[in-house]
Ligand binder design. Structure first.
Ligand code: CUA
Length: 380
């Protein structure tokens, strides 16, 4: 009895661990719940079959032991009833598991309707861009941002996933399993999550030198916060820096570069909503100052406190100065004149002074959504 009580206690207190070991993510996601319950059924049936087979085996071995019988037991050829059972029972089990599987597939299949929110996911070496068709329709243009995906809670979200270069993998374990991001192919996938929060996302397909540095955040916001984000994002126009300020000098460098030293304009590759910057070769920087991650998740400490403590500023300075040295395979040019490689070919970057780099960083810092639309605030 003591052993049984102990086992029961272990099973009960172990429930949380069992749940965690059966799913790789959070059960507040509809996708993970489907996977969890299918695993529970499959494992429960396996346990029943294991017990049945073990019992039959030990029963037979014990009952027909040689030392219990003087003569060999009765000999049979064929048993119709047993054979029917041995065919029908496994067929029922397989059909039952197939029905569960098909039902889950139907539930998880994109069923896009007016209530579904849409997010387009673009994977590139080595960053992500997320764009929001609903907000874009309201804005009459593109609404997107790099490396931080904002989604509503308690609602179906249809992701349309593609790649701009090689094969990548979209994988945020807390919202569901992995989906390949394929060049020239758009895959739709429906996800949902009940609990607001910030969740880790990764690239799950080896895709080059900085595969490990191709991370993103999924920020799930409760409906009212999400609506505030969409409204603010569609109305967003990057603030205009005051004439003569560091931000204004940064703005000019951002838009025009510095031809005499070969420094390419940031706007050639990056987009900032509400400015002439419309480049698409790099991540969208429209809400850069609201983002808390830098370099596709390489640093996760770009908060106001870290800006005050100046370490965020140092990170960003280093990043602008020579991104390919900080992140192998980054296609962003260097701005300290150092050499870097693009597809094996040696390139030489342009030159900005440290003060000019700080001006660009100061400008980037101003690219913030209004306070009430700061999506990170909805995660705490
Ligand atoms: Cu993209 Cu690995």
């Amino acid at each position: 009895p003591l052993a049984l009580t102990g086992l029961a206690a272990t099973l009960l207190t172990g429930c949380q661990q069992v749940r965690q070991s059966l799913t790789i993510g959070d059960l507040s996601s509809g996708y993970n719940r489907e996977i969890f319950w299918m695993s529970v059924w499959a494992i429960a049936l396996s346990i029943i079959i294991f017990i049945g087979v073990s019992y039959a085996l030990f029963y037979t071995v014990n009952k027909f032991r040689e030392d219990k019988h003087d003569a060999p037991p009765a000999q049979f050829h064929g048993n119709n009833r047993l054979e029917v059972i041995l065919v029908v029972v496994p067929v029922i089990i397989v059909v039952f598991l197939s029905v569960l599987t098909v039902r889950s597939m139907a539930r998880l299949n994109p069923n896009i309707n007016a209530d579904t929110q849409n997010i387009n996911v673009l994977a590139r070496q080595f960053w992500w861009n997320f764009s929001y068709p609903e907000a874009a329709a309201a804005a009459g243009g593109v609404v997107s941002n790099g490396n931080e995906m904002i989604m509503p809670t308690r609602q179906k979200v249809a992701l349309t996933i593609t790649s701009g270069d090689v094969i990548h993998g979209f994988w945020a374990p807390n919202i569901g399993g992995q989906r390949a991001a394929l060049p020239a192919v758009k895959k739709t996938w429906q996800v949902d999550i009940d609990r607001a929060g910030a969740y880790q996302g990764n690239c799950s397909q080896l895709c080059g030198a900085s595969h490990a540095n191709m991370r993103y955040k999924v920020v799930a916001l409760d409906q009212d916060r999400y609506n505030t984000f969409v409204t603010a994002a569609s109305a967003y126009r990057a603030p205009e820096p005051a004439p003569g300020s560091a931000e204004a000098r940064g703005y000019t460098l951002f838009m025009q570069g510095k031809t005499e030293t070969g420094a390419l304009a940031c706007a050639a590759c990056h987009r900032v909503q509400g400015t002439p910057a419309a480049g698409a070769a790099g991540p969208d920087l429209s809400f850069f100052g609201t983002r808390r991650t830098l370099g596709a998740g390489m640093w996760e400490a770009m908060t106001a406190e870290h800006w005050e403590a100046a370490d965020a500023k140092v990170r960003l300075h280093e990043w602008i100065k020579h991104s390919p040295l900080v992140k192998p395979g980054s296609l962003m040019p260097t701005y300290d004149g150092s050499e870097y490689r693009v597809n094996g070919k040696v390139q030489k970057g342009g030159v900005l002074t440290d003060a000019e780099i700080d001006d660009v960083a100061a400008y980037l810092r101003t690219l913030q959504l209004p306070e009430e639309a700061d999506y990170w605030k909805g995660t705490q």
